[in-house]
Design a protein around this ligand. Structure first.
Ligand code: ZN
Ligand code: ZN
Length: 554
């Protein structure tokens, strides 16, 4: 009997975001990625969504290390929050670790965290774990997948990947290593499901370079402002290459764009001559056709450089009809409204706007169906668990695996909180579960709001709030003050005043009838006030505002 291996999924299975799972061997835990998710529209006021790190905090003594696949927020964003609670070494490639560094400093955990770099193809041992880093191509450089060499055989985790045969930096997904692992025998494959529903093959990043050259050629009289993800350094390189081809100076704009391009140039991952780079404050010293601004904000994030330009509020850059603005991205589901608002604002200021809805300006960083099939046939796993996706992506990926010969009984669709056990008998879901719920960050609070708070916020944002203040004589229930009805977000002031008069009558009647029945305790009176006001509001307006009774005993 060999030690069983447990996989504890804390996030990323059922959503795109907050990727985090643990491999457990002999009671020790190796955490793979610790990412965040950005809030959806049904989470008003929420800044970030994290995996439930409480589980890892409880098991702090068992933690061996955190392993990072690449530097995207959905893989590293929750790490500073984890490191606030536990001390544990972190492994990643040089770039990934470099991207993590400033985040740890920001949350003041850099000093006590050991960051350890591994190279492509390197095998690392720590505790009962042994893993090999396998290069993969993705929309951030130096991403890796892992082969974990465990008592239950080899577990391959692809990380976020695509099979780009002509990547910008020449660093291809190491298909030969995946193939060799497959020949030697892969017990379990965990693979990126993001684009499992997309048929065919995701195009090479190099295609975008050709499209950009063409675009720069067609817009050669304009200043060009190009927005993309600051972590997409290959894209940044190709935008800069197109700019250099047309003799433009390059100005970077946006905090993360400045930080990432500085880091990447230091590591030799971005090649741009110093003489080509100017400060964004100086762009007006040059004619428009000699300038290319590379900035953040391709998702229409309200505070990013591009959105501020669209609103006419950017300090350094004023948009006019001399500008061509390129969104070199496609909107992530949920961001469409913000992106459209930014496009509209820029168009209003006279810019020609080029985006994924009008032109070819972007390719995905994730493998499409045919590439996933290729990964499955290279690794030929005995068992398969699709990861990194919403439920439908996981399901689509499971179907691909079955079509390629993985037995249906050997494919497990796990979800957040599930624990998958691999032992001598095969694979199964454990009876115990880990917490898989969302932990919300709002302001400085982590985990101090829950689904109930969000429901209240939604009700408030749907129909507003009504407050009834009434002073009651505790001896006989006689009303000695009010009822006063106040509202926010419910009716405009004039209508609200008329409503308040009638609502006060309804509340008064309900207190009087309660008092007549001798129900004088505070709880009963409060309930009567709430019910009568809710009923009245609903009858008059067909709305259901949050009703808050404030009964004061005098
Ligand atoms: Zn990624
Ligand atoms: Zn990801």
């Amino acid at each position: 009997m060999s030690d069983p291996v447990r996989l504890i999924f804390l996030g990323g299975l059922g959503e795109i975001g907050r990727n985090c799972f643990c491999i457990e061997i002999a009671g020790r835990l190796l955490v793979v990625d610790c990412g965040l998710m950005f809030p959806t529209e049904d989470m008003p006021g929420v800044d970030l969504v994290l995996p439930d790190l409480g589980y890892l905090e409880e098991r702090a003594a068992d933690l061996e290390a955190v392993l990072l696949t690449h530097g995207h927020e959905d893989h590293i964003g929750a790490l500073p929050f984890l490191l606030e609670r536990v001390e544990v070494p972190v492994y990643g490639t040089e770039l990934t670790v470099g991207m993590v560094g400033p985040k740890l400093e920001e949350r003041k955990v850099a000093d006590r965290t050991r960051l350890i770099c591994f190279g492509d193809g390197e095998t690392v041992r720590c505790g009962p774990f042994e893993f090999t880093a396998i290069p993969v191509t993705h929309s951030v450089p130096h991403g890796v997948g892992f082969a974990f060499h465990t008592p239950q055989g080899t577990i391959v985790h692809t990380g976020d990947f695509k099979l780009d045969l002509t990547p910008v930096d020449g660093r291809r997904t190491d298909v030969s290593t995946f193939g060799e692992l497959g020949k030697a025998g892969v017990r379990l494959l965990l693979s990126d499901s993001t684009n499992a529903e997309v048929p065919g093959v995701t195009g090479s990043e190099r295609l975008v370079g050709e499209w950009l050259l063409d675009l720069f050629g067609r817009h050669d009289a304009n200043r060009i402002v190009c927005a993309c993800f600051a972590s997409h350094l290959h894209r940044v390189q190709q935008v800069c290459d197109a700019a250099l081809t047309y003799g433009r100076k390059i100005a970077f704009l946006g905090r993360s764009m400045l930080a990432n391009t500085a880091l990447a140039r230091e590591l030799g991952l971005l090649t741009i001559p110093d003489s080509a780079i100017i400060n964004v404050a100086d762009v007006d010293d040059y004619p428009p056709e000699q300038i290319c601004i590379v900035c953040t904000g391709s998702q229409g994030e309200p505070l990013a450089a591009l959105s501020l330009m669209a609103a006419g509020e950017n300090r350094s850059v004023t948009i006019s009809d001399d500008d061509t603005v390129v969104f070199s991205s496609s909107p992530i589901p949920g961001n469409e409204m913000n992106v459209h608002r930014a496009i509209d604002g820029l168009t209003r200021h006279g810019a020609a706007v080029v985006h994924s809805g009008t032109s070819r300006v972007h390719v995905s960083g994730h493998a499409a169906a045919q590439e996933l099939e290729m990964m499955l046939s290279l690794t030929r796993p005995e068992f398969f668990v699709p990861v990194h996706g919403e439920y439908r992506h996981l399901k689509a990926h499971a179907r691909l695996a079955e079509a390629l010969g993985v037995e249906a009984a050997n494919v497990v669709i796990a979800e957040d909180g599930d624990v998958v056990v691999l032992d001598d008998d095969g694979i199964h879901l454990a009876e115990d579960r880990a917490p898989g719920g969302y932990v919300y960050v709002d302001g400085s609070g982590v985990g101090d709001i829950n689904a109930g708070v969000l429901r209240d916020r939604q009700v408030l944002s749907d129909d507003g709030v009504l407050i009834a203040v009434v002073g009651v004589d505790s001896r006989d229930g006689a009303i000695v003050r009010g009822p006063e009805i106040m509202s926010r977000g419910f009716l405009e002031p004039d209508a609200s005043e008329q409503f308040a008069k009638e609502a006060a009558d309804a509340v008064r009647q309900s207190i009087e009838s309660a008092a007549a029945e001798g129900a004088l305790d505070h709880t009963t009176l409060s309930r009567h006030v709430r019910q009568s006001l809710s009923r009245f509001a609903n009858k008059r307006t067909r709305r259901r505002p949050l009703v808050f009774p404030l009964v004061i005993e005098l």
